[in-house]
Write a protein that binds this ligand. Structure first.
Ligand SMILES: [Zn+2]
Ligand SMILES: [Zn+2]
Length: 165
């Protein structure tokens, strides 16, 4: 059955200060999903906006493979002091038991996890850079520019993940 999960995340600035780095969400993410194709729970699944399929990550027992998941919505709200992302991921889910530990799969994986990516451009170094935030980090996380060490944004709360249907 088709399932949808909503992911929301917020970063606080100042985002438009005198050293503007053009911090922006990249339209890709990794989300933990219970994958009926390889029969494993909590697989890291890589999604890119615009692609009609995703990639379920490999482990020792099963190779990386395409899976039926996509980013259905990717909405960013930028304000002076914060930027908010709301993404919706649609995916096909079917019940199964994990091939390794025999747990029943769930539509939203047990202790769901997400990683989100951002890009920026350093006006001082004149080089671009990337950073990511993910569920399991000790917060608040203060992200700085990899070139000039300028504070780019702060992640106070873990991204929220909830199932829509
Ligand atoms: Zn899989
Ligand atoms: Zn910089």
């Amino acid at each position: 059955m088709l399932r949808s999960v909503e992911i929301t995340a917020e970063l606080t600035g100042p985002l438009r200060d005198e050293r503007f780095h053009n911090l922006h969400w990249q339209k890709r993410l990794e989300l933990s999903l219970d994958c009926f194709i390889c029969g494993r729970g909590r697989r890291t699944t890589a999604l890119q906006y615009g692609l009609e399929h995703a990639l379920c990550s490999a482990d020792d027992a099963s190779p990386e493979h395409p899976t039926a998941a996509r980013i259905a919505a990717f909405d960013v709200t930028d304000e002076r002091e914060r930027t908010v992302l709301r993404a919706v991921v649609d995916y096909w889910w079917a019940p199964f038991r994990d091939a390794k530990d025999n747990h029943a799969a769930t539509a939203l994986s047990h202790t769901p996890w997400v990683r989100l990516h951002l890009g920026y451009y350093c006006p001082q170094a004149r080089q671009s850079g990337t950073l990511s935030i993910q569920t399991n980090m000790v917060r608040p996380v203060r992200d700085t520019c990899g070139h000039c060490d300028h504070l780019l944004a702060t992640s106070k709360d873990a991204p929220a993940i909830r199932i829509l249907n």
